[in-house]
Design a protein around this ligand. Structure first.
Ligand SMILES: C[S@@+](CC[C@H](N)C(=O)[O-])C[C@H]1O[C@@H](n2cnc3c(N)ncnc32)[C@H](O)[C@@H]1O
Length: 443
């Protein structure tokens, strides 16, 4: 372990330093979160697929108490029933407290641990803008939102400086889960430890200030901003909030109002009792969370929405063949790609959008070729007309990409296992052609 880092921790923790050093010999805390869009926590536990105990950091979270490995390949994971997440990482969204109907911006969103948690809390009446600056990570974010069946979201790939001016005054809640020096990730990520230096900590602090500067404009009056990191350095935590409050008297620091973790440091304008710190002695690898509220009016910038796309007879036929109800849906067509969701599609200027709503399918040569997201979406999961339930053997074949021999109605079918969709296939009446995405198949 880096000696300079340890010296700083000794200064930060005082009498708790020895307890911290002892935790360095323990394996990292592991956890998962039930995806409330698809399943309730008690129903997930009843499936007895892992040793779980309730997490102190989120009502839908669990700490993994056993040594199970490979849960990322478990069928319930593939079905989007849970998301693997270090327990303390769920604390920021608990403090953000998104409610059904909220508009929420997650400005640093990949790989999507917190975005998927927000999406489940706001449900299908709320709307999520999940932004990630890094292209490769943005694609991982997209695949996680797809797996968890999120529909009411737009996934953008832009810098905060470019995106935020277009969202002025629109947001009920904003999460800045900032890129940081990752001192709470040392056990999991060798790179975080290798990259660590005091200079890096300071550079992270400056970048974090800049991100907050962009984020604040997007909040409505009374809107809530949550700032979080997975590092312990005061330069990236309380000091960032102190600097921010000095520049933004319209923002007030409010109490996190949770009973997990411990208070932070009081410094400058920051009352340490209001912010939250989590150390490994508090049952999580490490997080810092601060909660702020905007106290002035913020006129909303004009927002444009796409008109719901008129549907061709081919598309209409496909949709009414597949779904029992379309009445509450908006549709959007872009380059023969059909998307749908309950919200109107937002029109952002010069912002790359990886996905908005559910990717329903692509129009190819006068027919619709459906997309995996269509069958994974929580919004549609109870609306499919043509379905087939797979048994364990069929499931194993399906995950390998093999065709299934089974009598089923002709055409596209939603395939489920133990009551939850896993993907789709195309039946000719006797054989179901496998449409499980190649990148997800088992070998
Ligand atoms: C701590 S991670 C986010 C984790 C995510 N919220 C989750 O729960 O899965 C921080 C993210 O910020 C992104 N990032 C890096 N530099 C950035 C910048 N200047 N502005 C915004 N985001 C940035 C990183 O690519 C990274 O994905």
């Amino acid at each position: 372990m880096n000696e300079q880092f340890l010296a700083r921790m000794r200064e930060l923790l005082g009498p708790d330093y020895d307890a911290y050093v002892e935790t360095l010999n323990n394996p990292p805390f592991r956890g998962l979160r039930a995806n409330l869009l698809k399943i309730q926590p008690d129903a997930l536990v009843k499936r007895q697929f892992a040793s779980l105990s309730p997490s102190p950091f989120a009502q839908e979270g669990f700490v993994l108490t056993g040594s199970e490995t490979g849960l990322g390949n478990h069928i319930y994971h593939r079905q989007g029933l849970f998301y693997m997440q270090e327990p303390s990482a769920s604390s920021a969204v608990t403090i953000l407290d998104p409610q059904p109907g909220d508009w929420v911006l997650d400005l640093c969103a990949a790989p999507g641990g917190k975005s998927t948690q927000i999406a489940a809390r706001i449900g299908q009446s709320g709307f999520l803008i999940a932004n990630e600056i890094d292209g490769g990570r943005a694609r991982v974010l997209m695949s996680n939102l797809e797996r968890l069946g999120v529909s009411e979201a737009v996934i953008t790939h832009a810098s905060p400086e470019r995106l935020c001016p277009q969202l002025g005054g629109w947001m009920d809640k904003v999460l800045v889960d900032a890129p940081c020096s990752g001192e709470g990730m040392f056990k999991k990520e060798d790179r975080a430890l290798a990259d660590w230096s005091v200079e890096h900590v300071r550079a992270c602090g400056q970048r974090q200030q800049k991100i907050l500067e962009s984020a604040v404009f997007t909040l409505k009056e009374q809107g809530i901003l949550v700032y979080s990191t997975c590092t312990y350095a005061p330069e990236e935590n309380e000091q960032v909030i102190d600097q921010f409050l000095r520049k933004h008297p319209e923002m007030e620091l409010i109490d996190c109002s949770v009973d997990f973790g411990r208070p932070g440091l009081s410094t400058g304008l920051v009352d340490g009792a209001k912010v939250r710190r989590i150390f490994p002695m508090d049952q999580g690898e490490g997080h810092f969370v601060a909660k702020l509220r905007k106290t002035v009016a913020q006129p909303a910038v004009r927002q444009r929405f796409f008109k719901s796309a008129p549907l061709s007879s081919i598309v209409r036929e496909f949709l009414s063949d597949q779904l029992t109800d379309l009445s509450d849906l908006h549709f959007h067509l872009e380059q023969d790609r059909l998307s749908l969701m309950r919200h109107e599609f937002i029109q952002l200027e010069n912002i790359p959008v990886l996905r908005q709503g559910v990717m329903a399918g692509e129009i190819v040569k006068n027919r619709v070729e459906p997309h995996h997201h269509f069958y994974m979406s929580a919004l549609l999961q109870d609306r499919f007309k043509n379905t087939a339930a797979l048994d364990e053997n069929q499931l194993a074949q399906y995950l390998q990409g093999l065709p299934l021999t089974a009598a089923a109605p002709r055409g596209f079918l939603c395939l489920s296992y133990e009551g939850y969709p896993v993907g789709f296939g195309k039946s000719d009446g006797a054989v179901i052609k496998n449409k499980y995405p190649k990148g997800l198949r088992t070998r």
